[in-house]
Ligand binder design. Structure first.
Ligand code: ADP
Ligand code: MG
Length: 292
């Protein structure tokens, strides 16, 4: 494309809240045939709220929440924020955790009041050798509503479940529909559970779901699709998404997301609204048409 046509697109993009950092990304977007979207913070609002604390038999609801939230104070994950705010709203007072450790893509562990406490997903249970079959039905009922369920462990005993919900952004359904009608195949990639991912994907017209992926897997999914001859755009907001954004032919960061995601992407959607992707694609097509 000519410098002039790129400048025009950059100006139009900026007016619409689409920052184009990288002229090559603008040129490549017209050829993209697959869009990978992260779930949390990209399709959804990204501010999960605590919706349920379900103690196991013999455990107290507030105590389960106190342990979970005391531990999560050490984490910067959006799920951690949901649990800490949920505890504060319920007036549960927290204690300082020791030996805090984040386990990427799985959860957190540490000590609260001298007790070993851990909180996270099924992968965390697997890593710690804990059997959760008894609690799976309740967890699955919640996941089928699109909620993210975490298990709270004291030692190797499941003390309860905590569940958070993160609604889909109002702008997401129409944006995905428009992208679909532009001929893009849409793949959701998420570190969250498969059932939760399916429930959220529900009516969004998502063609394929890759769930339970670890952060490194997202970049690998991009590479796989590229190796199969596809041109891939990736939209995400998290620190976890940065390698995939950098690997994609076109990386699209939410302006509301992590700085490292923004740095890794060719496009930034200022408002974090997927309508910006529709706009970016149109600008790319127009720019490339101008040079022919
Ligand atoms: P994503 O942002 O795509 O959901 P992550 O890799 O950040 O992916 O998280 C994947 C899963 O790991 C979460 O859905 C959750 O089950 C678990 N997890 C990660 N961090 C935490 C945390 N601080 N507390 C509880 N669970 C966590
Ligand atoms: Mg995210």
């Amino acid at each position: 494309a000519t410098p002039m046509s790129i400048m025009t697109a950059t100006g139009r993009g900026a007016q619409a809240g689409v920052l184009i950092k990288n002229a090559e990304a603008l040129e490549r977007f017209a050829k993209v045939d697959i869009l990978i979207v992260d779930k949390t913070g990209t399709l959804t609002v990204g501010k999960p709220k605590l919706v349920a604390v379900l103690p196991a038999a013999g455990h107290d609801e507030d105590e389960v929440l106190r342990l979970a939230a005391s531990l999560e104070r050490g984490s910067e994950h959006p799920l951690a924020e949901a649990i800490v705010s949920g505890a504060e709203e319920r007036g549960v007072s927290l204690t300082k955790a020791d030996a805090f450790e984040a386990i990427t893509g799985k959860g957190v562990k540490g000590e609260v009041d001298g007790k070993a406490v851990a909180l996270g997903n099924a992968k965390l249970l697997e890593e710690l050798g804990v059997d959760a079959r008894r609690d799976m039905d309740e967890a699955n009922r919640r996941r089928d509503q699109g909620e993210t369920v975490m298990f709270v462990l004291i030692g190797s005993e499941i003390a309860g479940l905590v569940s958070v919900a993160d609604p889909v952004k109002d702008s997401t359904p129409a944006a995905l529909k428009a992208l679909h009608s532009q001929g893009l195949r849409i793949v959701m990639a998420t570190g969250d559970n498969e059932r939760t991912a399916r429930a959220v994907a529900g009516q969004l017209g998502i063609d394929e779901i890759r769930a339970d992926v670890l952060p490194a897997d997202k970049a690998r999914i991009v590479k796989e699709l590229q190796a199969a001859g596809h041109k891939v755009a990736m939209a995400g907001d998290g620190v976890n998404d940065a390698p995939a954004l950098a690997q994609a032919d076109v990386g699209i960061a939410m302006g509301t997301g992590a700085d490292v995601a923004i740095e890794s992407a060719g496009f930034t959607l200022v408002k974090g609204d997927l309508t910006g992707i529709v706009r970016a694609r149109k600008l790319s097509v127009a720019t490339m048409r101008n040079i022919r």
